[in-house]
Design a protein around this ligand. Structure first.
Ligand SMILES: NS(=O)(=O)c1ccc(C(=O)N2CCCN(Cc3ccccc3)CC2)cc1
Ligand SMILES: [Zn+2]
Length: 261
């Protein structure tokens, strides 16, 4: 049987197109962003997140990332403004990270790879449900926050990292209540935006990306904590969950806009 997709040499990003043809589309993510090619768009408004901490439900290790899931059965935690029309519902957040501090992000900014990248995934309720939204070009909006290793680590990441102990192996899930993910946003609201895809299979091209310019700082110990997750199940040989990032994809003539000069 075909091995399930992953990030190893036999099932990694170079082979995803064999089972997921969209992976070779012309609006794929992530991308490299070069400031010299970015267009400042003064018509871009600022984005606003109004999240209900009570919407947080669980945190899980699905063998590919660490994901926090939110109640998205009504407009409870929403993102609006910026390049978006209407209110998009927060469904989940997750991360991508490397095997060492010098790489791990999916988007690369002026050649800089960050240690990790946090994705907050929202969907457009005008398309009924998440499954319907991912068939639409304006179906999904993902806010990307870069994690940079520094000396003034963000205490707000602690809550997620403390929970890692309880979800060490694939399939483990734990309650994760009363959590407002907007505490993870940096001070600046400056962002880049472009149209792209899920960075994992099936790679549908339904995402309005909103990438925050200012990284948040984490410590090297916090990154080590993230790397202590395993992609194997409880009674399987230990395989560290690291390098769960897709390399940059061809821009294919797309425009990347900046909300800032
Ligand atoms: N890295 S990212 O680009 O931010 C990203 C965001 C979300 C997902 C995600 O949740 N996916 C991918 C597509 C949808 N599938 C299947 C599905 C589940 C429920 C109803 C319909 C389809 C779920 C898995 C993956 C990657
Ligand atoms: Zn992601």
């Amino acid at each position: 049987a075909q091995s399930v997709w992953g990030y190893d040499s036999d099932n990694g990003p170079e082979r995803w197109h064999e089972n997921y043809p969209l992976a070779k589309g012309d609006k794929q993510s992530p991308i490299e962003i070069n400031s010299k090619d970015v267009q400042h768009d003064s018509s871009l408004s600022s984005w606003h997140a109004s999240y209900d901490p009570g919407a947080a439900k669980t945190i899980l290790n699905n063998g590919r990332t660490c994901r926090v899931v939110f109640d998205d059965t009504f407009d409870r935690s929403v993102l609006r403004g910026g390049p978006l029309t209407g209110a998009y519902r927060l469904r989940q957040l997750h991360l991508h990270w490397g095997s060492s501090d010098d790489h791990g992000s999916e988007h690369i900014i002026d050649g800089v790879k960050y240690a990790a990248e946090l994705h907050m995934v929202h969907w457009n309720p005008k398309h009924g449900n998440f499954a319907g939204a991912l068939k639409q070009p304006d179906g999904v909006a993902v806010v990307g926050v870069f994690l940079k290793v520094g000396n003034t680590p963000k205490p707000e990441m602690k809550r997620i990292l403390e929970e890692i102990e309880n979800i060490k192996t694939k399939g483990k899930e734990a309650p994760f209540l009363h959590f407002d993910p907007s505490i993870l946003f940096p001070k600046s609201r400056d962002y880049w935006t472009y149209h792209g895809s899920f960075t994992t299979p099936p790679c549908e091209e339904c995402i309005t990306w909103i990438l925050l310019r200012e990284p948040i700082e984490v410590s090297s110990d916090q990154m080590a904590k993230l790397r202590s997750l395993s992609k194997n199940g409880e009674n399987e040989p230990v395989s560290p969950l690291v390098d769960n990032w897709r390399p940059p994809q061809p821009l294919k003539g797309r425009t990347v806009r900046a909300s800032f000069k």
